[in-house]
Design a protein around this ligand. Structure first.
Ligand code: SF4
Length: 238
C-alpha cells in the first residue's frame, strides 16, 4: 500500500514539474502547438471540458487528436439551446462528447435539499452539479484542457497556457488563454464553427438557465452570470 502511495506521489510530483516547465516554455506557443505538446506527453490520456458556448476548443483539439474526449457537465439546468449545441458538436466534429451527470437529478436534489438551491446557496448547487461531476470524470485522465481566456475577467487575467491543477492533481491546459474576443470570432469564421445560438440572442456567456441572464448595454460578457450576487465562478477552475 505504501509503495503504491509513494509511486503515486512521485508521479504527481513529475506531472507538476512538467506542467510548471511547460507553462513557461509554451507561453508564446500557438494553441495548436500547446495541444500537440499535450498529445506528445499524454497521448489520448487527456480531455477537453466544454460548456458548449462555442466549439473553438473542441475543434482545435480534434485537429491534433481526432476522437478526443469532450466532457460536458449536464447540470440538469441547461438551456435547450446548449443541449442542442452539445448534440450538434458530437454530430459534426470528430470528437467524442462525454456527458457527465450529477449524482442526483434536480428532482432528487429538490427533495433532499429543498427547491431552487441555486437561489439560496449557489455555491452548494455548483458544488453538487458541476464541481463533483468534473472531479469524478477527471480522475480518468492525466490532463485536461479548458477554454479559459485572460480576456474573460480580472480573475482570469494571469492564467498560464499550461499549469498545474492542484485541486485535481493533474495538468491543466489553457491553449487559448491569450486569445482576444476578435481572435475567437476570427477562428469561428475561418472554420465555420458551431456557436451556441444564445450568443446572438443577447447572452454574453452561457451557463445554467436559472443563473444566466442577457447582458444589459455596456456590460462585460460575463456580467449575466449569477447577476446580483458576489459569485463570479462556478468553482471548476479554482
Ligand atoms: Fe446550480 Fe446555478 Fe451553479 Fe447551475 S450555475 S449548478 S443552476 S448554482
Amino acid at each position: 500500500m505504501s509503495e503504491t502511495i509513494a509511486r503515486d506521489q512521485s508521479a504527481v510530483t513529475d506531472l507538476r514539474r512538467l506542467a510548471e516547465r511547460a507553462g513557461n516554455e509554451l507561453e508564446s506557443a500557438s494553441a495548436i502547438e500547446i495541444l500537440r505538446w499535450a498529445v506528445e506527453q499524454f497521448g489520448s490520456d487527456w480531455c477537453v471540458a466544454s460548456s458548449m458556448e462555442d466549439s473553438v476548443l473542441a475543434h482545435l483539439a480534434s485537429r491534433v487528436l481526432p476522437g478526443v474526449d469532450v466532457v460536458f457537465l449536464d447540470t440538469g439546468y441547461h438551456f435547450a439551446e446548449t443541449l442542442g449545441m452539445r448534440d450538434a458538436v458530437d454530430a459534426v466534429l470528430p470528437v467524442s462528447v462525454r456527458t457527465v451527470l450529477p449524482l442526483r437529478t434536480v428532482t432528487e436534489q429538490d427533495a433532499q435539499l429543498g427547491p431552487r438551491l441555486h437561489e439560496r446557496a449557489p455555491g452548494a448547487c455548483c458544488a453538487l452539479r458541476k464541481v463533483e461531476p468534473l472531479r469524478r470524470v477527471l480522475t480518468q485522465y492525466r490532463a485536461w484542457a479548458s477554454g479559459l481566456r485572460r480576456a474573460d475577467s480580472a480573475s482570469r487575467a494571469r492564467i498560464k497556457v499550461v499549469d498545474w491543477d492542484a485541486k485535481h492533481h493533474m495538468v491543466k491546459l489553457n491553449p487559448i488563454a491569450a486569445w482576444t474576443d476578435d481572435d475567437v470570432d476570427a477562428y469561428i469564421a475561418e472554420h465555420g464553427l458551431l456557436v451556441n445560438p444564445l450568443l446572438s440572442d443577447g447572452y454574453g456567456s452561457i451557463g445554467c438557465g436559472p443563473c444566466t441572464r442577457r447582458l444589459l448595454p455596456g456590460e462585460h460578457s460575463r456580467a449575466g452570470r449569477w447577476a446580483g450576487t458576489p459569485k463570479t465562478e462556478c468553482g471548476l477552475h479554482a
